[in-house]
Design a protein around this ligand. Structure first.
Ligand SMILES: *Cc1c(COP(=O)(O)O)cnc(C)c1O
Length: 382
C-alpha cells in the first residue's frame, strides 16, 4: 500500500473549472470583476434559495469584516462571538476597534450555547452596553441551534452574523445554511467544501445590502467620473479567475456534500465498537450537516495510553493528517483578556476532540489505511 499523505481536507476539482478560467483568459476578463463573478453569485443565489443575495469577495474573513460594518459595528462597540471557532470569526471585530465577548458551546452541536448567550447579553446590558451583533458559527458544517439563537436575537434586538464558512450545503429543516442570519458568510478557501483557491461571499436579505457590500469591497467609489470617496473602502472583491474555479465547483457541490457525509458514515461504522470514541453527528434529522470535517471525541484513559494526542501521533506515524478541534478563542493568547461567558464545554471538546481526514476525494485505499491505523491503535487498548 502506498504511503502518500492523507490530508484532512484538500481541494477537489470537478472538471469544468478550467473551462471557466479559460473563458476568462480568452475574453481578457483577468480582473476582480467579470462574467464569472456575476455567474458565481447567481449560482450561489439559486443554490441557497430563500431570496438570498450574494456578493463574491476575496475571502470569508473579508465577508465577516464587511458584514459587521453593514450591521453598524464601530470602534468601542461590543460584539458577541462563539468562542469555539476559527480565529477568522473574531479577528474582524478587532479590525473595527470593537470588543469581542466570547460564548461557550453547547454539547449537541458544539456551537454557541443559547443559555450562555442570553446570560451574556443580560450581563453586558446591565454593565452599560448592549452588544451590537452576535456571530454564530456552524462548526464543521453542523448547524447551530437556529431557533434558540434567533429567538434571543429577536427578543433583545441584536442581529446575527451567521458564519457559514464551513457549512455551504448544510441545512436546517430544509433551509440552507447561510440564509438564517441577518447577514451570512461563506468561504471558498482551499480547505473548504468547495474552493476558489481563496475566496468568500457575503449573503444578504436585500439587493441594496449586497450592493452596499460590493461598494465597500471596491474601495467605496462614489458615482463620479473621477475617483471620489465619501467613505472608507476596501479591496475585497473576488477575482474573475477565482470565480471561474468557483463556477466549476458549484457543479459538484452536492456530490461533494454526499461524499463528505459518506466519510462521516465511514467513521461512525469504524468507531462503533470502540467505546472510548464518539463520532460527532448532528442531533437529529432537522440538522442536515455537510460534515465538512468529521470529528471525534476521545475519552482519555491514562492506563491504556489513550488520548487525542496519542491517536494524533499514531496517525502522523503513518502519514495521515488529523488535527485537534478549534482551540476556543477565550483560551487564545491574543483574545484572553476579553470577557467570556460559559463553563468548560468548548474547553473539554478542545482537550479531547480530533478532526479526521474528511475530503470528498479520499479513496477506498485511503479509508483502508485510516481503518488500519485505528485498528492497530485501539486493537490492543480497548
Ligand atoms: C475558513 C473560515 C473562515 C474564514 O474564511 P477565509 O475564506 O479563509 O477567510 C471564517 N470562519 C470559519 C468558521 C472558518 O472555518
Amino acid at each position: 500500500m502506498n504511503n502518500t499523505k492523507i490530508w484532512l481536507s484538500s481541494p477537489h476539482m470537478g472538471g469544468s473549472e478550467q473551462k471557466f478560467v479559460k473563458e476568462a483568459f480568452d475574453a481578457n476578463w483577468v480582473a476582480p470583476l467579470g462574467p464569472n463573478v456575476n455567474g458565481l453569485e447567481t449560482d450561489l443565489e439559486n443554490y441557497l434559495g430563500n431570496s438570498a443575495h450574494v456578493g463574491a469577495l476575496s475571502s470569508g474573513t473579508a465577508a465577516i469584516h464587511l458584514g459587521l460594518i453593514l450591521l453598524g459595528v464601530q470602534a468601542g462597540d461590543e460584539v458577541i462571538c462563539q468562542s469555539m471557532t476559527f480565529s477568522a470569526s473574531a479577528n474582524p471585530i478587532l479590525y473595527l476597534g470593537a470588543t469581542p465577548v466570547f460564548i461557550d458551546s453547547e454539547d449537541e452541536t458544539w456551537n454557541i450555547c443559547p443559555i450562555a448567550l442570553e446570560e451574556a447579553i443580560i450581563d453586558r446590558i446591565a454593565k452599560g452596553k448592549k452588544p451590537k451583533a452576535i456571530i454564530a458559527v456552524h462548526l464543521y458544517g453542523v448547524p447551530y441551534k437556529i431557533e434558540a439563537v434567533k429567538a434571543i436575537s429577536e427578543k433583545h434586538g441584536i442581529p446575527v452574523l451567521e458564519d457559514s464558512a464551513e457549512a455551504l450545503g448544510s441545512s436546517y429543516k430544509g433551509q440552507k445554511c447561510g440564509t438564517f442570519g441577518d447577514i451570512g458568510v461563506l468561504s471558498f478557501n482551499g480547505n473548504k467544501i468547495i474552493t476558489t483557491s481563496g475566496g468568500g461571499a457575503i449573503v444578504t436579505k436585500s439587493k441594496e445590502l449586497k450592493d452596499r457590500a460590493v461598494f465597500f469591497a471596491t474601495q467605496s467609489r462614489d458615482n463620479a467620473p473621477h475617483y471620489q470617496h465619501s467613505e472608507i473602502g476596501y479591496n475585497y472583491r473576488m477575482s474573475n479567475i477565482c470565480a471561474g474555479i468557483g463556477r466549476g465547483q458549484m457543479q459538484v457541490l452536492d456530490d461533494h456534500v454526499a461524499l463528505r457525509r459518506s466519510m462521516n458514515d465511514f467513521y461512525v461504522a469504524l468507531f462503533k465498537d470502540i467505546p472510548s470514541v464518539t463520532v460527532f453527528i448532528s442531533p437529529n434529522e432537522d440538522y442536515y450537516a455537510n460534515y465538512w470535517l468529521s470529528a471525534i471525541v476521545i475519552e482519555p484513559n491514562k492506563a491504556l495510553g489513550i488520548d487525542r494526542e496519542s491517536l494524533r501521533l499514531a496517525f502522523e506515524d503513518v502519514n495521515i493528517e488529523s488535527r485537534p478541534l478549534w482551540k476556543p478563542m477565550h483560551l487564545q493568547p491574543v483574545f484572553a483578556k476579553y470577557p467570556y461567558y460559559g463553563t468548560k464545554v468548548a474547553e473539554n471538546l478542545f482537550d479531547n476532540g480530533l478532526c479526521l481526514p474528511s475530503g470528498s476525494n479520499l479513496t477506498d485505499e485511503d479509508r483502508e489505511r485510516i481503518a488500519n491505523a485505528v485498528t492497530s491503535f485501539f486493537g490492543v487498548k480497548k
